[in-house]
Design a protein around this ligand. Structure first.
Ligand SMILES: Cc1cc2nc3c(=O)[nH]c(=O)nc-3n(C[C@H](O)[C@H](O)[C@H](O)COP(=O)(O)O)c2cc1C
Length: 161
């Protein structure tokens, strides 16, 4: 059976996912991309993974970097998800950040939590690359609710089952 990519996207859109901003410093400039492909990988050693599309204009900054920061967005930060998924200049303007103590990568203030990580390995994943990384610092920042991406829209969790 041949897989129609539009239909494939529609099926995958049924996966509710958290939204993160992955950041790095490359040649003294800061860069960031919206991702939903972030997941925990290993507890011992502490590791995470994420996937980046090879065709993204920002891909090269992450392909050549050793350290990344991850900010887990809260439900009021959908505008940041949109901001970091578009390719426009000055997209860091008016984004409230702090620099990670270990990595110096930007972390978005008011996000739910952050991680600072050192890239360990990269694996081919079709039109994406799978990055695995060791966590060198992390923390919870507040008790807000998470930003959820589901069926191409942003959602907030309002009740507990
Ligand atoms: C909610 C959401 C989740 C996304 N998740 C990923 C992801 O996991 N990996 C990825 O490479 N791009 C992801 N993207 C797309 C990127 O943020 C961005 O749009 C893309 O890299 C832009 O490519 P360009 O620089 O060529 O314009 C996501 C976008 C949104 C809005």
């Amino acid at each position: 059976m041949s897989i129609n990519s539009l239909e494939f996207r529609k099926t995958l859109a049924n996966l509710a996912s958290s939204v993160c901003i992955i950041s790095t410093v490359f040649e003294e400039e800061i860069h960031g991309i919206t991702i939903s492909s972030f997941t925990s990988l290993s507890l011992d050693p502490p590791m995470i993974l994420f996937c980046l599309g090879k065709h993204s204009k920002k891909y090269q900054y992450f392909q050549d970097t050793k350290l990344v920061g991850v900010s887990i967005l809260n439900s009021s930060q959908d505008y940041l998800s949109n901001n970091f998924s578009r390719n426009h200049e000055n997209y860091w303007d008016s984004v409230d950040i702090m620099l990670g103590e270990q990595s110096k990568c930007p972390i978005i203030k008011d996000s739910l939590g952050f991680l600072e990580c050192g890239i360990e390995a990269k694996y081919d994943g079709g039109d994406h690359t799978i990055f695995t990384a060791k966590v060198i610092n992390h923390g919870k920042l507040n008790d807000f609710s998470p930003l959820i991406h589901f069926r191409s829209e942003y959602w907030a969790i309002n009740s507990k089952e």
